[in-house]
Design a protein around this ligand. Structure first.
Ligand SMILES: Cc1cc2nc3c(=O)[nH]c(=O)nc-3n(C[C@H](O)[C@H](O)[C@H](O)COP(=O)(O)OP(=O)(O)OC[C@H]3O[C@@H](n4cnc5c(N)ncnc54)[C@H](O)[C@@H]3O)c2cc1C
Length: 383
């Protein structure tokens, strides 16, 4: 009988990636300590802001489909074991012309992977989903395996499951340095230096500050979300309005039904994700022309919403140059596992990314990872 040895593991960062990693590690018997510079959950990193989208027919490509399916199973497991409802499978639509590359990819992945889906022309869309204004030559691709998360609750659920399996949390404790020594790895804070066997770095937009991750590999970027009041709230609620990805000549965005009983959220894709020198440089006030550009998109494409933003807010994310996460051993020291650079994709995949990070800690390799995540692809300096 083979026996797996368990380790003392530090997880740095307690957003959705760190808490999911802690859950997966603790469930495998490791002794886990999770550090965060703030509280858990917090609204300063990337894992907050009312809602997140899950999609299966994926515009980012078919390589992700097995991970998405496996993640959905783990989200279900988390809901069952925690007793918290964090994901509402309200379905999803990709909207645009059939020859738009993202629409083509969504249909292609649905066909290739035998995913249930429906294609609706503009007339069918107007009848079934009047919330969306489509041009006559546009279509909607409906993916029933899509939904909307409550991200803060999801972090709480993953945190609590990790604690149930024995993980400990050190909130309000910034990690200042990770020092690999011959026999152990030291994690330094202002208060102490603690020895671990392994470390997982899940520091989101702060990735470039630890473990030799360079800004060229992961940089902090600003994402802006706007909320727009629905005239007919029930029509814009998750039980009648799917999440959506919009592709149009004039605008592109993701769109989240009204979970607060008031407003639909829009996250523009056609406006730049502003690179920041440091996460702390995130400006609270957003340029009026940026807000007006989101408002114009709403006025043109979402007829049931008041086109004057009732709220806009800015958020940060850790972004890699090719838009795929970095998962795997750091070239600084193989006992350090990186789980960074989520690039706007991390939430839906978080349970499997946590599981992959736990595989690296436990076995030094992961059968579930995909080539797209290979840390070595972005080796411009020490990783
Ligand atoms: C506005 C917005 C919308 C998005 N929409 C979607 C979506 O619809 N679907 C989807 O799948 N994904 C989406 N994403 C992406 C997804 O939310 C992120 O990829 C994911 O939340 C990243 O989680 P994380 O744990 O890596 O980072 P974070 O949540 O930022 O967590 C990192 C944590 O590390 C801590 N930390 C950093 N440095 C230190 C240190 N030195 N010491 C201690 N603690 C430290 C921070 O305090 C923070 O809590 C979106 C992202 C944004 C910003």
């Amino acid at each position: 009988m083979s026996e797996r040895s368990t380790s003392r593991v530090a997880v740095i960062g307690a957003g959705i990636i760190g808490t999911m990693t802690a859950w997966q590690l603790a469930a495998r018997g490791h002794q886990v300590t999770v550090y965060d510079q703030w509280n858990v959950p917090n609204d300063r990193g990337a894992s907050a802001g009312e809602s997140r989208i899950f999609r299966t027919a994926y515009k980012e490509g078919g390589d992700y489909i097995p991970l998405l399916r496996a993640s959905l199973e783990k989200w279900d497991e988390l809901e069952q074991s925690s007793g918290r409802k964090v994901l509402d499978m309200c379905g999803g639509l990709t909207l645009g012309r059939p020859d738009h590359p993202d629409v083509e990819t969504v249909i292609g992945t649905a066909v290739d992977h035998d995913l249930e889906h429906r294609i609706l022309d503009a007339t069918e869309m107007a009848r079934e989903y009047p919330q969306f204004a489509l041009d006559p030559d546009e279509i909607g691709v409906f993916d029933p395996a899509s939904g909307i998360f409550r991200p803060e609750l999801a972090v709480i659920a993953a945190r609590d499951e990790s604690v149930r399996h024995g993980a400990e949390y050190r909130p309000y404790t910034p990690v200042l340095n990770i020092r690999p020594l011959a026999e152990r790895i030291m994690v330094d804070t202002a208060d102490d230096a603690v020895a671990y066997d392994k470390v997982v770095v899940a520091t989101g937009p702060w990735a470039h500050r630890l473990a030799g991750v360079t800004r060229q590999q992961v940089h902090p970027a600003r994402l802006v979300a706007g909320w727009f009041a629905a005239e007919d709230v029930p029509l814009h609620s998750p039980d009648r309005m799917p999440i959506s990805i919009r592709r149009h000549d004039e605008a592109g965005f993701s769109c989240f039904p009204a979970v607060d009983g008031v407003a639909v959220k829009i996250l523009p894709h056609h406006l730049p994700w502003l690179p920041l020198d440091e996460p702390e440089d995130l400006p609270r006030l957003i340029e009026p022309e940026f807000v007006r550009a989101i408002e114009r998109a709403v006025e043109r494409l979402l007829p049931g919403l008041d086109p004057s933003a009732l709220r806009v807010s800015s958020w940060i994310e850790g972004v890699s140059p090719d838009g795929a996460p970095l998962m795997g051993p750091s070239s600084l020291d193989p006992r350090i596992t990186l789980a960074v650079g989520m690039s706007g994709q991390g939430f839906k995949l978080a349970p499997m990314l946590g599981s992959i990070a736990a595989d690296y800690v436990t076995d030094g390799a992961s059968a579930d990872t995909i080539d797209l995540f290979d840390v070595a692809r972005l080796q411009g300096g020490a990783a």
